[in-house]
Design a protein around this ligand. Structure first.
Ligand SMILES: [Zn+2]
Ligand SMILES: [Zn+2]
Length: 286
């Protein structure tokens, strides 16, 4: 079913600037294109035709495919060219503190700030000094979103990651994911109280993992969306770091796992019972 090249063999041809420029030239702003030998030679700034032919041979057929119209990227070529363009393997972004408009979910003060170190965003409260989250955000995310827009972009990225992984697909590689509820690891003592439960999501394809509060995994459940809509609210307006003071999580049982997640608007309550794998097993409205 699969054609597999050893990683050392596949990555070896990339250690050359002319070749990385060839890959970049074949991925224009609108997507992959086909270019002739001479167009590629010009775009990559190669000196001699003979030398350039050698570089192209190193990239064909793993990253490039030769057709009658010229050279085009393979699937692996597109992925590598995108990675080069986005800076995901080459850029390390630090960001000065950005003030977050939402209040702290713990102390309700408007004192949240987000900083970035080596592409990873940390959000903490300057009032109660609690750390809310620590999440990687790719360099192109930092580069293309303005300072005001970047917290919203981070929110969207992770709310969709949680949603995708809860539904069984990995946002990094498309692999099969699984989910299970458990007590939070004590390795992050700053944020963790020993009774806190988390939904742990992981991918069998690439090893990507994500931990989040159980509440985040039910935010896009139809019962939640319609409950908020019926009260003239849009649950998508709530950022992942503060979904609202009205939410409560209670462990009803940890063998087997059953977590009650409730929310309340105008004295009406919605309760969702969540099972071991993070799926909603019952919904009550009262
Ligand atoms: Zn606080
Ligand atoms: Zn994956």
């Amino acid at each position: 079913m699969a054609d597999t090249a050893p990683p050392s063999e596949a990555f070896q041809p990339l250690g050359n600037e002319i070749r990385t420029r060839v890959l970049a030239a074949l991925l224009e702003a609108d997507g992959p294109v086909t270019l002739s030998f001479s167009e590629l030679a010009e775009a990559s700034g190669a000196d001699t035709t003979a030398g350039f032919a050698y570089h192209l041979r190193q990239l064909t057929d793993h990253y490039l495919r030769e057709t009658e119209a010229g050279y085009t990227l393979t699937d692996a070529g597109i992925r590598i060219a995108r990675a080069i363009e986005s800076g995901v393997y080459t850029e390390s972004v630090d960001r000065d503190p950005v003030e977050i408009k939402d209040p702290c979910p713990f102390c309700a003060d408007h004192a949240l700030v987000a900083t970035a170190t080596d592409n990873t965003v940390t959000m903490r409260c300057q009032s109660c000094e609690r750390k809310l989250l620590r999440l990687p955000f790719p360099p192109s995310g930092h580069r293309t979103h303005s300072e005001e827009a970047f917290p919203d972009a981070l929110d969207r990225l992770y709310r969709h990651r949680v949603s995708l992984m809860s539904a069984g697909s990995c946002p990094e590689c498309g692999g099969k994911t699984s989910a299970h509820i458990g007590y939070a690891n004590a390795d992050d003592a700053e944020t963790t109280d020993p009774d806190r439960v988390q939904l742990h999501l992981d991918c069998a394809g690439c090893g990507y993992t994500l931990d989040c509060p159980v509440t985040l995994a039910v935010l896009d459940h139809p019962a939640v969306v319609s409950f908020y809509h019926a009260h003239d609210e849009d649950v998508r307006d709530r950022p992942i770091w503060n979904v609202g003071q009205e939410w409560r999580e209670t462990v009803l049982s940890d063998d087997p796992w059953c977590v009650s997640v409730t929310t309340e608007i105008d004295e009406e309550e919605l309760e969702l019972l969540v099972g071991r794998d993070g799926t909603v097993v019952s919904v009550f409205e009262r």
